[in-house]
Write a protein that binds this ligand. Sequence first.
Ligand SMILES: C[S@@+](CC[C@H](N)C(=O)[O-])C[C@H]1O[C@@H](n2cnc3c(N)ncnc32)[C@H](O)[C@@H]1O
Length: 209
Amino acid sequence: MAASDKIDSRLKNVYDNPGDKQALFDDWASTYDRDLVDDLGYVADVEACRIFISLVTDRQARILDAGCGAGLVGRRLKQAGYTNIHGNDYSEKMLDQARSTGAYRSLQQHDLTLPVASDQPYDAAIAVGVFAFSVPSAEHLVNITRSLKPDGIAIVTVNGKAWKEADWESKLDGFNQDYPDARLVDVQTIDYLTAEGIDGRLLTLERIG
Ligand SMILES: C[S@@+](CC[C@H](N)C(=O)[O-])C[C@H]1O[C@@H](n2cnc3c(N)ncnc32)[C@H](O)[C@@H]1O
């Protein structure tokens, strides 16, 4: 089986078995970065960090990396000079990998279908590669925005294949009316899995009031 077929079957497993996702990500943690970046041309982290950095200029900002995985985003933000990065993920094994990067001030096991528990709100949040076909889904975006200070922004990517197949446009229709404490400010197309020809969407959200 070719490397990309193996990864496709891992991804398919993850997407087809939302109930077992945590175990599937645990199992994948040690080779995850290499598989995704080298074999599938995953650039969602590069694209999202580029836009995040242009919007969040304070390098001391308290940042939540939601669904941090093995720490690709934390590493990039640390390289860019950010010093106050906190990560969460529901896979303990992914968190172990993220810990080894040295990029995070704290790491917490957390399921993003539930509200984020934190002793203080974050200035900004970023969630890359987490939102796709199943859960977490559009209705869970507020779990991220509600962890922010008023006017804080969240950058969230959505897999472009899922965007079409799971009809994210309809899911987000009426978002600003349904959640008066959050605002969907912008949706842009980004490169995502370049070796697979899959693009992504990058959502910019804001915490209101
Ligand atoms: C494709 S990886 C992306 C990781 C990292 N953000 C990156 O860009 O490299 C998706 C991550 O989301 C996590 N995840 C998926 N569903 C989750 C949920 N409901 N709550 C918390 N983490 C979740 C997985 O454990 C995995 O680490």
